[in-house]
Design a protein around this ligand. Structure first.
Ligand SMILES: Nc1nc2c(ncn2[C@@H]2O[C@H](COP(=O)(O)OP(=O)(O)OP(=O)(O)O)[C@@H](O)[C@H]2O)c(=O)[nH]1
Length: 304
């Protein structure tokens, strides 16, 4: 192949919480690099997933959902998303078509923070209208697709299902053609720029989100205190931070059952990811008001 034809660049995946950005990133890569839960706003970090093909390397930045919530942590999450956008060659907006077709009145408010920035964008913009698997009658989507093309005439719109990996090849081909001609920035076998230690914290956090009820998971954070690879075994100590005393009891659960279930699920997944036996110890610590503590949020890697 002609070396000069190789393309490489950055794609920022933007959009409201719960649109399916993380699911789509994992589907593009055919492997899990971002956590997925049914709860909105689980992505706290900018996760880079790297897709390497003989003729191109696409580096995806999965961003925390763009929304209008308050609080220091949310402010930092928003900054992360805007930062990703500023460094991208292609902007990709992911939207939950099911939500906006059922509740069109939500659309304007949800995309308000993005709307003008996208309209004024001079770089290529791709809109992935996700979750189309939820429609048997695809004609129901037409008014929403029309609304989008009027709102952002500069964008290319693609109906897709991240869950069924439907329509993703078309988007990838479209993106690839719009990246700068450049050699690959990362080795072809590297899937993410995030170290395994970080992935481990994300896996524990995903299991907390899946096991805990209501708002509680939003007030938990995970720090990997120890990550020791002994060759055939990995020893991991993780601290789960909670914001209140009562939360600690809930995370541990009756007779320690909740924490045990989180630990078992996380250990299994880490074993699959690393191909090694994993010994995982979880500790729960109270750190009151951590979501408003900038120094602590930085320590967790939530701010650059
Ligand atoms: N039916 C259907 N569900 C999907 C699809 N893509 C994602 N989901 C579901 O939507 C929910 C949110 O998916 P995520 O991938 O975590 O969404 P996100 O945009 O990364 O969410 P944030 O962390 O809030 O930014 C999960 O329950 C997914 O299983 C899809 O194509 N079809």
């Amino acid at each position: 192949m002609n070396e000069t034809e190789h393309r490489c660049g950055w794609v920022a995946m933007m959009g409201p919480p719960n649109a399916g950005k993380s699911t789509m990133l994992n589907a593009f890569l055919g492997q899990k690099v971002a956590i997925v839960t049914p709860k909105p706003q689980t992505t706290r970090h900018q996760i880079s997933g790297i897709l390497s093909r003989p003729d191109a390397q696409i580096i995806f930045m999965d961003t925390p959902g763009i929304h209008q919530l308050r609080g220091k942590m949310n402010k930092i999450l928003l900054q992360t998303a805007w930062q990703a956008m500023s460094g991208a060659d292609v902007i990709m907006v992911v939207l939950d078509s099911d939500l906006y077709i059922r509740k069109p009145e939500f659309f304007e408010n949800d995309i308000e923070p993005l709307s003008e920035a996208i309209l004024n964008e001079t770089r290529p913009v791709v809109v992935a209208v996700n979750k189309v698997d939820l429609f048997r009658d695809k004609s129901k989507m037409l008014p929403f697709l029309e609304r989008l093309s009027k709102l952002w005439p500069n964008a290319e719109v693609f109906p897709v299902s991240a869950k069924n990996a439907d329509g993703l090849t078309k988007i990838l081909d479209h993106i690839k053609a719009r990246l700068p001609v450049s050699p690959a920035l990362y080795p072809a076998d590297q899937l993410s720029t995030m170290p395994m230690r970080f992935m481990a914290a994300e896996v524990v956090r995903e299991k907390l989100f899946l096991d805990l009820r209501q708002e509680l998971p939003y007030y938990t954070a995970v720090e990997i205190e120890k990550w020791e690879d002994t060759g055939d075994r990995i020893i991991v100590n993780a601290i789960i931070y909670v914001a209140r005393k009562t939360h600690k009891a809930m995370v541990i659960g009756k007779g320690g059952l909740t924490l045990k279930s989180v630990g078992t699920a996380a250990r299994k997944e880490l074993q699959e990811m690393t191909g090694k036996k994993v010994h995982l110890e979880l500790w729960v610590k109270i750190r009151e008001g951590w979501t408003e503590d900038i120094g602590f949020l930085r320590m967790l890697g939530m701010s650059s």
